[in-house]
Ligand binder design. Structure first.
Ligand code: 9PG
Length: 676
């Protein structure tokens, strides 16, 4: 399929419908065309500022028709709103202008704010809503919630730092959700859907807040995090445009948003996803030069069956976290030699770094104390505590608004790409640059700080380098990275105690979590970047994954059409495991639609369209076997791809034999005349 397939029509076709805007009594009513039961009434704009250590909120009353303006008399701040239609959606743009005399400290700006007596209607009954809750960064669990379920944060400050936006804790109460960057609200009964998302995240982190406890609207708002940045008299802020559309397919709305957001931020999307190998998931940080060389040989022998584009050296080569230019004793020939060795073997060379992190044992840490992001009290800002790097000391964050730091980052990327010869950079723990803290440039928002750091790396690496973001807040990276990790790490286990309890069965390292985000964030692929679903782990030794779990992981990665990266020691892979890789690899090149994204968590039904037919992926995330009856549509013949067995079609349906826990079946559906 992968080699022959011409561009595939997206199955996410239902085009969105824009909302019509009417001014009524100084507020806005936004309505989808009949008969779609979607409307927002009594919408306005809001601001939250900080004054004397307190948060003070204001909402615009009585928007005036001449350009939709409102003035907060007490501060002299003036808001102006414009609306336009773009590709079947409504786009709201707003400006904030300070006409007063005293600087103000901005905390939050809401270009869309609905509070009672305003209302949000999606279908007839709020109790039937499913709300897409996008996570903040790569490793944040992303899923759909009903309003009866509560979104909860990881337990413990250390785990929160690395998985969520610490400035915005989850409410932990049913009906109160905050979705980063974008959301879709779907009425499960009628399928009516509303999509809301910011089109540009280069300057501010945005989110959609749905505060509807027990179905009673308290607030629905699109909010920008202004991070306590000052707005000075005379200053004018152009806010990122807000996209709104209605439709009958929630995932199609998310995809339509992603397409426009990607255009707005000039997403980098390569022609196809690369196939690679990565050292982390077998060797972890014990990796040695000789391990890499051994895998180069094994990959060379495998070339006919599994052509591989690149070989990535992950964490474990550096002298210390922060001293990226100095290899440790496990890499006696150095980095330039290694990149050369990889290229001579016929692969692109890739290398990992966590450019915004420094640990106290790094030379940079003691040599450049002025480069560190600081807490309000002046202590270095802790970014993470990773037991893998030694239990004693945490890692701290660099201040990516400091001009010397930006020069250093540029030099780092330039050295890795142009001196050493690694064309692919895996840039990890990027959230560190966006942690709250005291910065050299006090006027920079957290999103801007992150963006500057990323841009410095791109400037040093050059346009030809392939940058993979990881552990990264999503929005500000669009247009800089070529690919983005869109979920937590896979692991040689399905879940463990930590992922189930401390990480709420949602965030952080666990194969199940990685698979979930690969499905829930599939719509981002090829619109914001290439999705990286993380590596395949298919080995039969050094793993607790069952054969069913291995196939489920491999199938999801293949169906996602994202980066396809092997994480095993290649020479010891037995034949039947190599065959799993091949089956999964042949799934690349399709266009995926997650059919029940708004019906259950994790979703269990996906359809992937190819030029010659369709693959239906059926999953079972439960702990017991499940029986499934699958609607096939007009397909004439159906084969299950793992077993190769034909499945009889009766009345347009296939009845599957019991699906084991954590298992998945791939139904290859071909049109044509049914065989007798
Ligand atoms: C290398 C790894 C791999 C992997 C990355 C990242 O402590 N933590 O919460 C934590 C989260 C993720 C993580 C490591 C630690 O993995 O995603 O692919 O590159 O770093 O250290």
């Amino acid at each position: 399929m992968a080699e022959t397939a011409p561009p595939v029509p997206s199955p996410l076709s239902p085009t969105p419908a824009p909302l019509d805007v009417q001014l009524r009594d100084g507020r806005l009513d936004l309505r989808a065309p009949a008969p779609l039961p979607v409307e927002l009434t009594g919408a306005t704009l809001g601001l939250v500022i900080r004054r004397g250590g307190r948060r003070v909120g204001w909402q615009a009353e009585g928007l005036r028709a001449d350009g939709l303006t409102a003035v907060w008399a007490e501060t002299g701040v003036r808001l102006e709103l414009r609306s336009a239609e773009r590709d079947g959606a409504l786009v709201i743009s707003a400006t904030v202008e300070h006409g007063g005399t005293e600087p103000i400290v901005l905390e939050e700006i809401a270009p869309l704010l609905i509070v009672p007596p305003g209302a949000v209607r999606v279908g007839e009954d709020t109790a039937e809503w499913s709300v897409f809750r996008n996570g903040y960064q790569s490793w944040s669990g992303t899923r759909v919630y009903t309003l009866r379920e509560a979104d909860s944060d990881p337990r413990g400050a250390f785990l929160r730092e690395g998985h969520i936006d610490v400035r915005h804790r989850a409410a932990g109460r049913p009906g109160v959700l905050r979705s980063d960057l974008v959301t879709a609200i779907v009425d499960r009964r009628s399928g009516a859907a509303l999509g809301i998302g910011f089109l540009d995240a280069r300057d501010f982190f945005g989110a959609v807040v749905v505060d509807v406890p027990r179905g009673q609207l308290r607030r629905v708002a699109a909010v920008l995090d202004a991070d306590g940045v000052a707005l000075n008299p005379g200053q004018r802020l152009e806010l990122p445009p807000l996209w709104l559309a209605a439709g009958t397919d929630g995932e199609a709305l998310l995809a339509a948003w992603a397409a426009v957001a990607g255009e707005t931020m000039r997403a980098r999307v390569a022609e196809r996803s690369p196939v690679g190998w990565c050292s982390w998931y077998y060797y972890f940080n014990r990796v040695r030069e000789s391990d890499l060389v051994a895998n180069l040989e094994a990959l060379g022998k495998l070339r006919e069956r599994m052509p591989c584009d690149y070989v990535m050296l992950d964490d474990g080569y550096q002298r210390a976290i922060g001293d990226w230019l100095e290899p440790n004793a496990k890499f006696p020939h150095g980095m330039r030699w290694l990149a050369e060795r990889i290229r001579t073997a016929g692969f692109d060379a890739g290398i990992w770094m966590a450019p915004f992190l420094v640990r106290p044992d790094a030379r940079v840490f003691s040599a450049r104390p002025g480069w560190l992001l600081r807490t309000p009290r002046g202590a270095p800002r802790r970014a993470c505590w990773n037991p893998v790097w030694g239990r004693g000391q945490p890692a701290y964050a660099l201040d990516t608004t400091h001009p010397e730091v930006l020069e250093w980052l540029k030099e780092l990327a330039r050295t890795a790409v142009h001196q050493w010869g690694f064309r692919i950079l895996k840039l990890d723990f990027l959230y560190a640059a966006a942690l709250p803290g005291r910065r050299f440039d006090a006027a920079a928002s957290r999103a801007q700080a992150l963006r500057r750091g990323l841009q410095a790396l791109r400037d040093g690496a050059g346009e030809e380098a392939f940058l993979l973001g990881c552990g990264c807040p999503l929005g500000p990276a669009v247009g800089v990275v070529d690919a983005m990790r869109i979920g937590p790490d896979v692991a040689p286990f399905w879940t463990n105690w930590m992922s189930r309890h401390l990480l709420r069965d949602r965030h952080g390292v666990a194969t199940k979590h990685a698979i979930r985000d690969t499905l829930t964030r599939a719509f981002m692929h090829r619109r914001l970047w290439l999705n990286d679903p993380d590596c395949l782990i298919v080995r039969s030794d050094h793993t607790a994954l069952t054969l069913e779990e291995v196939r489920t992981l491999a199938a999801t990665i293949g169906l996602s059409d994202g980066m396809f990266v092997l994480g095993d020691r290649v020479e010891t892979l037995p034949e039947e495991r190599l065959a799993i890789l091949e089956t999964a690899r042949d799934l690349l090149g399709g266009a995926l639609r997650v059919v029940d994204l708004f019906d259950r968590d994790p979703p269990e039904l996906a359809r992937c369209v190819y030029a010659e037919g369709e693959v239906i992926g059926v999953f079972n995330f439960a702990e017991q076997p499940a029986t499934r009856s699958v609607e096939i549509g007009s397909a004439a013949t159906v084969h299950e791809l793992w077993s190769g067995e034909p499945l009889p079609v009766r009345d347009g349906r296939v009845e599957l034999p019991p699906l084991p826990p954590h298992g998945c079946r791939l139904l290859w559906c071909e049109p044509g005349v049914p065989s007798e």
